[in-house]
Every structure is written in C-alpha cells, then in structure tokens.
Design a protein around this ligand. Structure first.
Ligand SMILES: Nc1ncnc2c1ncn2[C@@H]1O[C@H](COP(=O)(O)OP(=O)(O)OP(=O)(O)O)[C@@H](O)[C@H]1O
Length: 320
C-alpha cells in the first residue's frame, strides 16, 4: 500500500459498487473523492448522523451538498450514540457507527453493496497503538487496525492505512477540495487528541520513520495474535466449551489465560480485565474439591462454576 492518496487508491481493488464511510472530515473526503474519480458511478457514500453535537446537522448538509456535486448517492443514518454508564463516549459512538454502517449496506441500494471503505490513515494507526499502550493493552490492542476484514457478509477496507495524515491534507489542498473540521478533534479532554497534538510531533522529530516502524510492529503483533488464537482454538477443543475445569488445569497458566480470553470474547463478547483474569486463574487453580465455588465478575457478566465446568452468565441488567 503506497504512501500517497493517489498511489493508495491506484492499488486498491475492492468489489464494486463500493461504499465509503463519509463523515465530511478531511480523510473521508479525500477517500470519497479519490474513489469517485477512479470508479465513476460505482461509488456510494454513507454518513452517520451522530446527534452528539449541535453541529451534526450542518455536517449532514455539507455531506449532502458534496455528494450532489460528485454525483455520488448518499445514505444518511441517524444513531443515538448515548453511552451506557461505564462505557467511554468515543467507544459508544464507534460501536453505534459500525452498526449503522452495517445496517446501511444491508438495507440500501437493494443490498448490492458488499464492500465499504473507511478513511483511517497511518497517523491514526500510530495513535491507536499509543492509545493501546497507554491503557496497558495486550497484543490485540497493539495489533491496532487491520487493513481489511470481513463481518456480517461485508468486506471492510482501510485503503489509506499507509498514507500519513499530513499527506492527505496536502492532497486535498492541492486539489482544492473542501472538508469540514470536526471541532471535537481539537478537544484536549480526549486522550487521542492529546496523542495527536503532542506525541506525534515529538515522534516525528525523534524518529522520522515512526509511521513505518510502528506499522511493522502492529503487523508483528497481529501475526502473533493469530498464532495465539489458533492455539486457543485447539485448547478449547480439548477443554470443550464452556471449558471443563480439570482439562483447563492441565494447561500452563498462560495457555489457560489465552484459552479463557478467546472463550469469553468469541462466545460472550466479554473481555476480562487483567485483574479479573488473574483472579479467575487463581480460582481455577484452587478448584480441587467438589464444593469449591467460583463466581467472578468479568466484563458485563460473571464466570461461575457449574458442575465440572465454568459457565458464563450475563448480569441481569447488562446490555451489550
Ligand atoms: N459520522 C460518520 N459517518 C460516516 N463515516 C464516519 C463518520 N465518522 C467517522 N467515519 C468513518 O470512520 C473513519 C474513522 O473515524 P474517525 O472518527 O477515527 O475519523 P475522523 O476524524 O472522523 O475522519 P475524517 O477525517 O474522515 O472525518 C473515518 O475516516 C470515516 O471513514
């Protein structure tokens, strides 16, 4: 994937027609225009109206006008991205945006659009890794964002993932293309914005190649995580699901942790904190008598002992 907008789009080959997730911001504007030029009549845009900011209506109007000019059909989806207690507002907005984009592809244009492109770029990838490090994330966090993946019958693409953020803005300026600046991008209350405003300039100075080297590390982490997932799948075949406690105990502690993480994620969309997982592993190790009970909070539910096995139960009031 080359490091210019034109180079990246030249080597991008999704199935057509293609949808572009279009916020109206710089990056998705560049992506939409470049794709619309490459595939006239074959590109659609989806804008998610978040309703979070008073400015959301004007974002939608801008997107509608820009799409009319480009001759690109636009679908607008409204979401209520209020976050649940304990959930970060950014996370809630991201989840509801992905759900809305999925619904748009399934319901608009007769279901003919199966591929969608997002406009995250190389700086976003570095920010994602630094954000993961700042939260003490494991390999899945450090693996950051994949360039391509499939879910719900849709293929998602990030064709600009190797293009530096400043190169995108330069391209827009050279091409005299307008975009809207989201005022929340300058809000220092968000960790991501602090990373962008303070850390990235320092990295640029100290390590001019930081985008490439961080991307290589993300690739290594993603590959290592793939191996761990393969081992976890094999181990879960042996323990069964939900996992049998005796079978789990035959594995090393690190493999137990790896298998339990995959079980919780794959079957219950639950992720255990480091402390919850450590407690669960201690309890599994101590579980040597019939009467030993286990009940540990994990994510939005509990892991408990049920006979010879672990079982997961959702908290009665929890929603995903
Ligand atoms: N409201 C939205 N509607 C449709 N797609 C969106 C919206 N917000 C973000 N996206 C898509 O998700 C990608 C990542 O979103 P993120 O919030 O990280 O970036 P962004 O700063 O909004 O990007 P951009 O510069 O394109 O506005 C965007 O590049 C865009 O493709």
């Amino acid at each position: 994937m080359p490091s210019t907008v034109t180079g990246a789009i030249a080597s991008f080959s999704p199935a057509l027609p293609l949808a572009v997730a279009y916020s109206g911001g710089a990056d998705s504007t560049a992506l939409l225009v470049a794709c619309a030029r490459k595939w006239p009549g074959q590109v659609r845009a989806v804008h998610v109206h978040h309703g979070l900011q008073a400015a959301a209506d004007s974002f939608e109007q801008h997107c509608a006008a820009a799409c009319r000019q480009l001759g690109v059909p636009l679908a607008v989806r409204r979401v209520d991205a209020r976050h649940a207690p304990g959930q970060s507002p950014e996370d809630a907005a991201r989840r509801s945006r992905y759900a809305a984009l999925t619904a748009a592809l399934q319901q608009e244009w007769g279901g003919a659009v199966k591929d969608i492109a997002l406009a995250q770029h190389a700086d976003d990838q570095v920010e994602t890794m630094l954000l993961a490090l700042s939260r003490g994330a494991g390999l899945p966090g450090l693996a950051a964002m994949p360039a391509r993946w499939q879910r719900d019958g849709i293929t998602w693409h990030r064709p600009l993932l190797k293009v530096p953020g400043p190169a995108i803005r330069q391209w827009l300026a050279d091409e005299k293309i307008a975009w809207i600046e989201d005022p929340t991008n300058a809000d220092d209350a968000f960790t991501r914005n602090r990373i962008r405003a303070r850390l990235l300039p320092a990295l640029e100075q100290a390590f001019p190649q930081f985008r490439e080297t961080f991307a290589r590390s993300a690739g290594h982490a993603a590959q290592a995580q793939q191996v761990l997932d393969e081992i976890a799948r094999q181990d879960l075949e042996r323990t069964g699901t939900p996992p049998a406690i005796k079978q789990l105990q035959t594995l090393s502690t690190a493999r137990q942790a790896n298998a339990l993480r995959l079980w919780l994620r794959r079957e219950h969309q639950a992720s255990a904190s480091a402390a919850q997982l450590a407690e669960l592993l201690d309890q599994v190790a101590a579980c040597t008598t019939r009467g030993h009970a286990i009940r540990i909070k994990v994510g939005h539910g509990f892991v408990q002992r049920q006979g010879d096995r672990l079982a997961w139960a959702m908290e009665p009031s929890a929603t995903l």
